[in-house]
Design a protein around this ligand. Structure first.
Ligand code: XMP
Length: 515
């Protein structure tokens, strides 16, 4: 099968490279991200109709700046350079790049000078664009003209229409650039003459093809189902690719939500009749977590126990060749696996496993997708709406929502109050409107009175947030009436609870989970 028509994105280490890929997918166009070190032959092997050079943290004049040769601009294929990518284009083609007299950061009004055709076609005369740069193009290379500017940056965008070469100093891929989508669509459709024929079905077909190639004709795969959306979608995709050569292991660590384990088992025995091993390992997890209160220590123990349970189950199953995970792109960033990003919390599903388990390779078919794209893919693959549209759930589960030492009784309080919260939010018609909502056992006990009796019981907190990307979040403003009803049910129906609190902190400074 020939390559789908699309663009190659060359990655110069920018934090937004995958976001560029995502925006290109949203425009209905196929893209592939290659490292900047890719040879011209590698690039041409993808038969691109356009090239995009990403941003990056370096300056083109730095000693070990990531550079590319002139040849990339002489292939007769249109090129769009973004931020560092534009400076690189100017530098390589004979322009002058220098430190900007004034650093621009944030949304800056940009004057669009050429709006009749090409890159900036149809954009507003002045449009807010996201800038983040210390260098700028001071002199244009021969044949180029400036097509946008700001007060501090005379070349905010440039073009050499005859050669199909374009550059923008700002970031069209971030939502703070109001008309960023228009610009990218102009490049893809007007300049590269691509049509919007790339969609989730096409993505699924390609991913299935890649899995087949990676696993080979006879290869077998072990996948850990976590109960969440991501591993379920990864399983469905791999099942499509290799059928019963996939074995799924579902480890119940004892920290699943109410009814969750049963749903996973049902979907994967009925919709996808895959070989499923269901392990109840809760005794081991509770025993290893006895006396542990530090959040990171809990996460580490849970991660380690997972690996051990997997090792044992894998040994029982006989030799399986590859190991699969439902890692998605934000997991990769938050765990610090991308150079330059900081470790905030250890996600137990990232890194380490295949080396320890002796597998030939790691299959991660979702590692370039964002959450909402994974959901779309899940629906495309025929997974039920109730599973695919459910809110995200962390790998360590209710363990990181039960503060202090973990006991079965305390986790049960979280499970039951969480079930009430979910039920009431669904009944109020708010389920699809809140990004994530759950309860936390605060580990604080307080005095109360119930039926003339003194109580001394736990305070449960409700967390409900609105977010697109889970990197930042706002507090969801649940109606007071609903909160009152929920609090009444929790205190009345769940023993061990006599007080309910509402967490009104945004992220940052708080994180979404409490641990
Ligand atoms: P935080 O608490 O970091 O959460 O603001 C951001 C999002 O990530 C989820 N989360 C996890 N997901 N494994 C996961 O798969 C984990 O270890 C993990 N920790 C947090 C969290 O539920 C929220 O959606």
């Amino acid at each position: 099968m020939s390559n789908p028509q699309g663009v190659v994105i060359l990655d110069f280490g920018g934090q937004y490279t995958q976001l560029i890929a995502r925006r290109v997918r949203e425009a209905g166009v196929y893209s592939v991200v290659l490292p900047y070190t890719a040879s011209v032959e590698d690039v041409l092997a993808h038969e691109p109709k356009g090239l995009i050079l990403s941003g990056g943290p370096a300056g083109v004049l730095d000693e070990d700046a990531p550079l590319c040769g002139r040849q990339i601009f002489e292939l007769g294929i249109p090129v769009l350079g973004i931020c560092y990518g534009m400076q690189l284009m100017a530098h390589v083609l004979g322009g002058l790049v220098a430190r900007a007299p004034q650093r621009e950061y944030g949304p800056i009004p940009v004057s669009m000078l050429q709006r009749e055709k090409g890159l900036l076609k149809g954009m507003d005369a002045v449009s807010p664009c996201w800038m983040s740069h210390t260098w700028q193009v001071r002199e244009l290379p021969e044949g180029f003209s400036a097509i946008a500017s700001t007060q501090a940056c005379p070349v905010a965008a440039m073009e050499d229409e005859s050669r199909g070469l374009y550059g923008v100093q700002f970031h069209p891929e971030v939502t703070h650039t109001r008309e960023g989508r228009v610009l990218l669509e102009n490049f893809l459709k007007e300049v590269c003459t691509l049509t919007a024929d790339w969609n989730m079905e096409a993505y699924a077909d390609m991913a299935i093809r890649q899995i087949k190639e990676q696993v080979g004709e006879k290869g077998t795969v072990l996948l850990g189902l976590s109960g969440g959306v991501d591993s379920a979608v990864a399983a469905a995709l791999i099942y499509r690719a290799i059928g019963d050569r996939l074995t799924c292991v579902f480890v119940d660590h004892g920290f699943m939500r109410k009814g969750e384990g049963d749903q996973v088992v049902e979907v994967f025995s009925n919709t996808f009749p895959v070989r499923l091993v269901n392990v109840d390992a809760s005794d081991r997890f509770f025993s290893d977590l006895k006396g542990v209160v530090d959040p990171e220590a809990k996460r580490k123990i849970i991660g380690r126990d997972f690996v051990e349970v997997f090792k044992e189950e894998a040994a029982k199953l006989g030799k399986l060749d590859h190991f699969a995970q439902g890692t998605i792109y934000p997991d990769v960033i938050e765990s610090g696996a991308v150079k330059g990003s900081a470790v905030i919390k250890s996600h137990h599903n990232v890194g380490g496993l295949p080396a320890e388990l002796g597998f030939t390779s790691l299959v991660e078919p979702l590692s370039m997708l964002f959450k909402d794209e994974v959901r779309k893919l899940g629906l495309t693959l025929g997974l039920p709406q109730t599973l695919v549209m459910r809110q995200p759930f962390p790998g360590p589960g209710l363990a990181i929502r039960t503060l202090g030492e973990l006991t079965r009784e305390k986790v049960e309080i979280v499970r039951e109050t969480d079930a009430i919260l979910r039920e009431e939010i669904a009944a109020a018609g708010l389920a699809g409107k809140i990004s994530q909502y759950f309860t936390v056992l605060t580990n604080a006990r307080s005095v109360g009175v119930m039926g003339d009796e003194r109580t001394y019981a736990y305070a449960v907190a409700i967390r409900a947030v609105l977010t697109d990307d889970f990197m930042t979040a706002d507090v969801a403003q649940l109606p007071y009436e609903l909160l009152g009803k929920i609090a009444g049910r929790m205190v009345g129906e769940v023993s061990g609870v006599n007080r309910v609190l509402y967490d009104v902190t945004t992220k940052p400074p708080a994180s979404i989970e409490w641990e």
